[in-house]
Write a protein that binds this ligand. Structure first.
Ligand SMILES: [Zn+2]
Length: 250
């Protein structure tokens, strides 16, 4: 699903991106990209977009477009390239032909002059920028993923386990408290007697459903926690809940 999303959604959404990516209308394609990332990760609709990118292992759309711009700009610095003269000898008025447009040349020069560029190739620059942005993130997922690794945690697990892990890591889950709000459960109470069955209650306090090793177990991912995710976690069938929630919100 991740490979298909990269090939079908992102490549289509980024076709010739260095030309149009500074338009005010660019953000109109973000909901479609986020929908695709929700399908890949099995996450709920309110999950922050930056969390979806991290869990899917696909860089945020805006960063990918800047990477494409930098990639093209580096190629254009080679003598003989079609854009070489435009980039090295920009026209007057800061390279802008129309007042309402942000053209390629000033954007490329801005990327060249950014302090984190340091002659990295476009891919390394984007990786570095993504990591730096993630270090400033304050969402729940940062607790489990302080920096961006090559593969998001749990991607080798069976899908049901990975989706449940994503819900627990992001804090947007399908436990009874949420199901009750959506009209899918008669009560928000947990079987242990607690008034609300939330992710914090299940992971930190619940005497019946708490995962092995508690919160720490969600980072270790040993055999016990995988078994818990697959068969003992009280969350209802994830895809069913996600589809129901998303249809309620549309
Ligand atoms: Zn409980």
């Amino acid at each position: 699903m991740r490979t298909n999303t990269s090939a079908l959604v992102h490549l289509t959404a980024e076709y010739c991106a260095p030309v149009w990516c500074r338009s005010a209308h660019t953000r109109l394609i973000h909901p479609t990209i986020n929908d695709a990332l929700q399908i890949v990760t099995g996450c709920m609709r309110p999950t922050p977009a930056d969390n979806l990118s991290i869990l899917a292992g696909i860089q945020p759309a805006e960063l990918r477009r800047k990477r494409a711009t930098l990639f093209l700009a580096r190629r254009a610095m080679v003598s003989g390239h079609l854009l070489h003269s435009a980039l090295t000898c920009p026209p007057s008025r800061n390279g802008r032909r129309l007042k309402s447009r942000h053209s390629f040349v000033p954007a490329a020069q801005q990327l060249f002059s950014s302090p984190d560029n340091k002659n990295r190739n476009a891919g390394l620059w984007a990786d570095h920028r993504w990591n730096a942005e993630w270090l400033e993130n304050t969402t729940t997922l940062c607790t489990f993923m302080p920096d961006i690794g090559t593969h998001p945690p749990g991607t080798a697990l069976p899908r049901t386990a990975w989706v449940r892990l994503n819900h627990l890591h992001t804090g947007f889950e399908c436990f009874r408290s949420c199901l009750h709000k959506w009209g899918m459960a008669s009560s928000a109470a947990c079987e242990c007697g607690a008034e609300e069955q939330t992710v914090n209650h299940v992971v930190l306090q619940c005497p019946i459903h708490q995962p092995p090793h508690g919160l720490h177990g969600l980072t270790v991912l040993d055999d016990e926690i995988i078994e818990w995710l697959l068969s003992t976690c009280p969350e209802i069938q994830c895809d069913q809940a996600v589809n129901c929630y998303n249809s309620l919100k549309q």
